[in-house]
Write a protein that binds this ligand. Sequence first.
Ligand code: CUA
Length: 179
Amino acid sequence: MNPTAYAIAVAYGAVSLVAVVGLLLIWRSTHSERPRRTDTTDTARLAHGEKAWFAIAVAALGVLLLATLPFIPYGDNAAGAGQQTVAVDGAQFAWTITPRQVQAGVPVRFTVTAADVNHGFAVYNDDNVMLFQIQAVPDHSSNIVYTFEEPGRYQVVCLEFCGVKHHEMLTTITVGPPA
Ligand code: CUA
């Protein structure tokens, strides 16, 4: 018998032995001849303790919730210090983007809306990989924060069919080098 096969046989035998012993122990524990000892558990005290721990857990979760609520990275809480802001307005069939030039390495907060119907504001890199997209909805401002890592020219595409010239809703954003 080669050494590897021998080691496997020994290991398998050991695992089998442990399994058999474990099964026998379990069988014995449930088939004991001895009468059950008198139960002296103080259930009233345990129930009281359970209630106290429940109250502590609820209080701890409440404190955690209130203490971390301001840090949820959505909505206005996402507006961190030093962010660049860009206003985007979609209309049949062009984008109004102010300003058109941003800086690499600094988060850009796009506030996106639409003048007439729904549009889809999507930004692509040079390799035609979509970096992010967000719906442009009339009478509503949507926010999305994105950090451009590479300077260059980025393509803006409308991703929501918005009329006969939907395919003409193309423009670019220029990303300058980091300061
Ligand atoms: Cu705007 Cu499609």
